[in-house]
Design a protein around this ligand. Structure first.
Ligand code: ADP
Ligand code: MG
Length: 515
């Protein structure tokens, strides 16, 4: 063979290899978005940070130096997760002994879980943070339920106005809900003449002194309505019902975490923890009464559900690494330096962390240079929603077209390059992953404290856990890093309507399961 035909053969061979490679990639590229998402999560990361900064960089890729710097800030290593988990156990013990701790460890007065044979119709009100729901739950006595509900947005004006206006709004919505059940319409007089029992899911820190009495300790999640802190929220609600002529007994005051635990246990008896990953984050678990040393028990119950209020975990900032962006988010809230764990984790804040990172990169000229600037929208507090992060992380298109939609159409960035969009996606991944890993570290701490490493179910409610791509896989990976094989014994399950059904169940059982 002469040199010419050898080179020719080589070139032809190479061309065939490339063509076959492209064909295989095209044909076998995952089309289904879930498959694509799983593949992207577990196989090839979209952005691989290369340690060799001397590598020639394509214009379509963000700066490796920027990526490395950010990754270093947001990464939580396996060792760090273990430390966080141990610190969680120590803080839980402290909170069980004293009221003076940041993490309140509130005894809920709920001392056992339902059996599944409870019957009757009950109302539940659920104030989570973003939404307010009215539910009617019918327990069928065989572990099943029927429910109907109405959902309402709580406006910023209501959140920050007068307490009376806020509670009157709740009472008005209940009245509307009862006057029309979807099939029949009832007059106000008919509704006013009936008696109802209601469970109130109120997902803020209260000092709960009995099953239907609890004093609001502080607002968080953007609420600051006046004349509420220090008051019994059941009294505030009952007075609003009276003002609206409604005959409703508020028989249980429930935190959404407790509701989630109880309602998930109704169908999955091995549930010992309820977790919220929604607007905020929190957890409730079953503790031995003898370990709750700050609680003077008057009954014989051996166990009681504790509402941890873990949103305030590590408020002393001794174990979890924070970035300058986290401090900015914190300073911008109505309650700086408190509930700082929540601000690293939950739906209300994740988008805000990303927004501050983007603004900083605009300032240093590392992003959106082509468009010349950020946008007015990007400068608005909370304008970058956590739901956008989900959308961005779910985008596996070659040109990241959905990321473009978010940045250019929703955030009004004048124009973006592929490198900008990849960088934005990488930032969302870092912030989203950190949230999942920190939540897992907290869960690992609670499970270990309970001595349930040999098996238990965690019921998890909230849009963040439900809708953020890869969230549960990332939690699971982190649990493995912390607990090794024992992580296999811990089941993370989506809990549905814990706050509605749980409140109704606890209201139904208020006389028999409380002390
Ligand atoms: P609540 O905590 O008020 O009961 P949810 O569980 O629905 O309500 O959580 C609302 C939070 O979930 C909001 O802070 C919002 O940012 C976040 N969220 C809503 N949709 C998504 C989504 N697609 N991906 C991630 N987070 C989301
Ligand atoms: Mg909720």
């Amino acid at each position: 063979m002469d040199t010419g035909s050898f080179v020719g053969g080589l070139v032809a061979g190479l061309a065939i290899c490339i063509a076959v490679g492209l064909f295989v990639r095209f044909v076998f590229a995952p089309r289904n978005s879930a498959v694509a998402a799983a593949a992207a999560e577990h196989a090839v990361p979209l952005l691989e940070v290369k340690s060799d900064s001397a590598l020639l960089q394509s214009q379509d890729e963000p700066s490796q130096a920027t990526l490395l710097r950010l990754q270093h800030m947001f990464e939580v290593t396996g060792d760090k997760l273990s430390q966080i988990s141990k610190h969680m156990m120590a803080e839980m013990k402290k909170g069980l002994a004293s009221d003076e701790c940041a993490m309140k460890m509130i005894p809920t007065h709920v001392v056992r879980r339902p059996k599944g044979d409870e019957v009757g119709s009950y109302l539940a009100l659920d104030l989570g943070g973003s939404n307010f729901r009215v539910c009617e739950i019918t327990l069928d006595g065989r572990g099943g339920t029927r429910s109907r509900q109405s959902k309402h947005v709580v406006t910023d004006d209501l959140k920050t106005g007068t307490g009376a206006a806020l509670f009157d709004f709740f009472a008005d919505q209940v009245k509307h809900f009862l006057m029309n059940d979807g099939q029949n319409e009832y007059s106000a007089e008919e509704i006013e003449s009936r008696n109802y029992k209601l469970g109130f899911t109120f997902s803020f820190a209260v000092n709960q002194v009995s099953i239907n009495k609890g004093y609001l300790l502080l607002w968080n999640k953007g609420f600051s309505a006046d004349n509420c802190v220090g008051e019994d929220v059941v009294r505030l609600l009952s007075e609003a019902f009276r003002r609206k002529k409604l005959n409703i007994d508020v028989t249980a005051l429930v935190n959404d975490t407790t509701g989630t635990l109880v309602s998930h246990a109704y169908g999955a008896p091995d549930t010992y923890i309820g977790v919220i990953l929604g607007t905020g984050t929190n957890a409730a678990y079953v503790e031995k009464v003898e370990n709750i040393t700050k609680f003077k028990s008057s009954g014989t119950a051996k166990d009681m559900i504790i509402n941890t209020e873990w949103g305030a975990f590590d408020d002393e900032m001794v174990v979890i690494p924070r970035t300058k962006y986290d401090h900015k988010v914190d300073r911008g809230t109505s309650h700086p330096k408190t509930y700082t764990f929540e601000k690293l984790i939950s739906g209300m804040y994740l988008g805000e962390v990303v927004r501050y990172v983007l603004l900083d990169l605009v300032k240093t000229g590392e992003i959106f240079v082509a468009g010349g600037s950020a946008s007015k929208t990007l400068k608005i507090q909370y304008a970058f929603e956590t739901a956008y992060m989900s959308r961005i992380e779910r985008d596996h298109s070659l040109d990241l077209s959905d990321v473009r939609t978010v940045l250019e159409d929703l955030m009004h960035i004048p124009s973006t390059t592929l490198a900008d969009r990849r960088l934005t996606r990488a930032i969302c991944e870092m912030v989203g992953k950190r949230s999942a890993r920190l939540s897992a570290a907290a869960i690992a701490g609670v499970v270990t404290k309970m001595n349930k490493l040999d098996g238990c179910t965690v019921g998890i409610d909230g849009s963040l856990f439900e809708l953020y791509p890869h969230f549960s896989n990332r939690m699971r990976d982190a649990l493995h890093e912390i607990l090794g094989f024992s992580a296999d014994n811990i089941v993370l399950e989506q809990a549905r309507d814990g706050s509605g059904q749980g409140a109704a169940l606890i209201a139904a059982l208020a006389t028999s399961i409380t002390e």
